[in-house]
Design a binder for this molecule. Structure first.
Ligand code: ZN
Ligand code: ZN
Length: 153
């Protein structure tokens, strides 16, 4: 996703209005790696700009997805938005739901080209597990050793 100033220029170049509400959403999305849902983004934006409408949030998200500035990610039955448009997969903590970007090599080589009448385009992988913080809260489930510190965010 491009930065808020560049997005403002890109929207204006299309003749779209860029309100302070939209610029706030650009900023929140540009700065997050949390893969927010529309509702979570709405709550965060409302905290900074009371009165912003859910409709504005949805419209801005739709526009950014249409411009390929945001990717839609479906994890655990919820629709989330990801400003990281580089090829990557996701690791999800089954305890707290935190989603992290992971870069796995060879994913696109996991072909199903032999399946009749199917043409693979993209492979998505979701790795489930326990994040470092949650592992620290449940020490009995953590193997003994000192690796957990490296996994903290
Ligand atoms: Zn966790
Ligand atoms: Zn991501």
């Amino acid at each position: 996703m491009r930065n808020p100033a560049e997005l403002t220029d890109a929207f204006r170049a299309k003749g779209w209005k860029v309100t302070p509400q939209r610029q706030l959403l650009f900023r929140l999305l540009h700065d997050t790696d949390r893969h927010p849902t529309a509702d979570a983004l709405f709550v965060e934006a409302s905290g900074q700009m009371p009165g912003i409408s859910l409709r504005t949030v949805y419209q801005t998200l739709n526009d950014l997805v249409a411009m390929d500035e945001l990717h839609v990610v479906n994890i655990g039955g919820s629709t989330r938005f990801d400003p990281n448009t580089a090829a990557h997969q996701h690791a999800v903590c089954s305890a707290c739901g935190t989603i992290r970007d992971v870069y796995l090599s060879g994913v696109d080589g996991l072909g199903v080209a032999e399946v009749d009448d199917f043409h693979p385009q993209r492979t998505r992988i979701t790795v489930t597990g326990v994040c470092g913080r949650c592992a620290d809260l449940t020490p009995t489930r953590r193997p003994t050793g000192s690796h957990h510190k490296e996994n903290q965010q």
